[in-house]
Ligand binder design. Structure first.
Ligand SMILES: *[C@@H]1O[C@H](CO)[C@@H](O)[C@H](O)[C@H]1NC(C)=O
Ligand SMILES: *[C@@H]1O[C@H](CO)[C@@H](O)[C@H](O)[C@H]1NC(C)=O
Ligand SMILES: *[C@@H]1O[C@H](CO)[C@@H](O)[C@H](O)[C@H]1NC(C)=O
Ligand SMILES: *[C@@H]1O[C@H](CO)[C@@H](O)[C@H](O)[C@H]1NC(C)=O
Ligand SMILES: *[C@@H]1O[C@H](CO)[C@@H](O)[C@H](O)[C@H]1NC(C)=O
Ligand SMILES: *[C@@H]1O[C@H](CO)[C@@H](O)[C@H](O)[C@H]1NC(C)=O
Length: 438
């Protein structure tokens, strides 16, 4: 099947479209130097590289893997990262962690990231045991690392309606020192990233500011999908409310100052949760997204849109399955469909696309949000197709739209690679919101 070029834009991440055009000469329009000739590999490698800013990777290690990985080859992507993961795991395990806790912790964190990254593309084949086994190795190493971290991370499992919610709680050193409650930032990831990544993206930045840092996952996300087999749900407040209930039981949590952040697809999930969960003091949507089904449809070829709208599930499924199987299809497109089937726990592309449209924001939903909402936008990020502005408009005086600049290296989706800027802008904003809380 010949794919329309417009399908390239179907991505959840978008620097790709820009990276492809006019690249050689421009220093401002190209968000970053490609790390692979496969655009989507390049983007994901950038995502792994960005973990370096928060101790989740090391630049030399990732750039070495990037140099060896064969463009578009999932097995090659796996084996280079698995090699790094195993090697760093061995380093960590050989260090006497009692005597050298910092060295052991750092190596365990990086091993954990590389194990997780190695299986990133394997959601395309859910019967591949590595999708689970190697993931578990990453989780075990992450747990070794957070046990050696200061503050330590505590895993807690909460009960939601029909599912369990895995949470990781990092108690602010300030709360420990003053023995008083402090503000808390709760972060959720999106369509594909695991909660562990958030520790490196924002967690250390948040802890440095003297606040508690907490992450959670719900149905459709990395651990819940693996261990409970559940896909995304539109009633996302059912995931967040039990977490807020739990936070209210913790003496170190200032319950009037809890903010909920969402990364990527989480930029939909967080405001969606806040539309029914009113105990939050602020919401941070990184970036502002309203409806991923709309973004996808806008980049589908007209024939695919027509098939979807015809409601003929058999025909739409056959079309998308052919796209997935086509060697000519860009990695990005194949991944987006495969990841969608995995994270919505369905075999049917039609069912996935329907469900994707149910997890959305609109003016009515956002009219139920009672707290201020930060709406992020990457200057070069076409993922949202302008939805950031739409979300901010629906929020009216509750919304604060901020554009991160490409010239400063912060223009890509979720400001990947510019985490210190992301933290500075969002955390200073939320600090002012907290200050205004009576
Ligand atoms: C690419 O270059 C052409 C011709 O110089 C220009 O018209 C176009 O706007 C550029 N596109 C981007 C994305 O920079
Ligand atoms: C780069 O820019 C120069 C000067 O504008 C131009 O002569 C050259 O053709 C450009 N190269 C490419 C690959 O676009
Ligand atoms: C690890 O280091 C601690 C503290 O120096 C020491 O007491 C312990 O014996 C060491 N363990 C091993 C297995 O060498
Ligand atoms: C999926 O993984 C299983 C188990 O490794 C393997 O037997 C099967 O061939 C794979 N399927 C595809 C389409 O690659
Ligand atoms: C749906 O599409 C399939 C395959 O193209 C076709 O055979 C079938 O007749 C269509 N069903 C309807 C109700 O149009
Ligand atoms: C707004 O909240 C009320 C109360 O929870 C709920 O009944 C209503 O359906 C919500 N509106 C939307 C559009 O979600």
């Amino acid at each position: 099947m010949q794919l329309s070029k417009s399908l390239l834009l179907l991505a959840t991440q978008s620097s790709i479209a820009l990276a492809q055009s006019n690249s050689t000469n421009s220093t401002t329009d190209v968000p970053y130097l490609p790390l692979s000739t496969d655009d989507y590999f390049s983007f994901i490698l950038d995502e792994v590289l960005a973990l370096s800013n928060g101790g989740g990777a090391a630049t030399g290690e990732v750039l070495r893997a990037a140099a060896k990985i064969e463009a578009g080859n999932y097995e090659s992507f796996y084996s280079e990262f698995k090699f790094l993961a195993d090697s760093l795991h061995d380093v960590a395990a050989s260090v006497n962690a009692t005597k050298f806790p910092v060295s052991a912790r750092q190596a365990y964190f990086r091993a954990a990231s590389y194990y997780r990254s190695s299986v990133f593309f394997f959601t395309a084949n859910q019967s591949d045991p590595r999708l689970f086994d190697v993931w578990d190795q990453g989780r075990a190493d992450f747990d070794q690392a957070i046990a050696l971290a200061d503050p330590k991370g505590e895993r807690v499992t909460l009960k939601g309606p029909g599912f369990d919610i895995p949470v990781i709680f990092f108690k602010s050193p300030k709360a420990s020192k003053c023995n008083a409650p402090v503000p808390t930032i709760l972060i959720g990831s999106g369509y594909d990233a695991p909660q562990e990544d958030s520790y490196h993206a924002l967690g250390r930045e948040i802890l440095e500011r003297g606040w508690n840092f907490v992450t959670y996952e719900g149905p459709g996300q990395s651990t819940v999908r693996r261990e409970q087999g559940l896909g995304f749900i539109p009633n996302w407040w059912d995931v967040v409310t039990p977490v807020v209930d739990y936070l209210e039981t913790r003496p170190e949590v200032d319950t009037k100052r809890i903010a909920l952040g969402g990364l990527s697809f989480g930029g939909i999930l967080a405001p969606l949760a806040a539309s029914r969960e009113h105990r939050l003091a602020a919401v941070i949507a990184i970036d502002g997204l309203a409806n991923l089904q709309q973004t996808a449809m806008a980049s589908f070829p007209a024939s695919a849109v027509k098939l979807f709208e015809s409601g003929n599930q058999t025909a739409f499924d056959a079309y998308m399955n052919a796209v997935r199987a086509s060697p000519a299809a860009p990695t990005l497109v194949k991944w987006f469909i495969g990841q969608g089937l995995w994270s919505f726990a369905t075999d049917s592309p039609y069912d996935w696309m329907k469900q994707l449209g149910d997890v959305k924001l609109d003016a009515d939903i956002l009219s139920n949000v009672t707290c201020p909402v930060f709406v992020g936008k990457g200057e070069s990020d076409v993922t949202a197709g302008g939805q950031e502005q739409e979300v901010a408009d629906w929020l009216g005086s509750k919304g604060y739209l901020y554009e991160f600049k490409t010239a400063l290296g912060a223009g890509v989706h979720c400001q990947l690679g510019a985490e210190p800027q992301l933290a500075q802008v969002t955390m200073d904003w939320v600090a002012e919101v907290f200050e205004a809380v009576a």
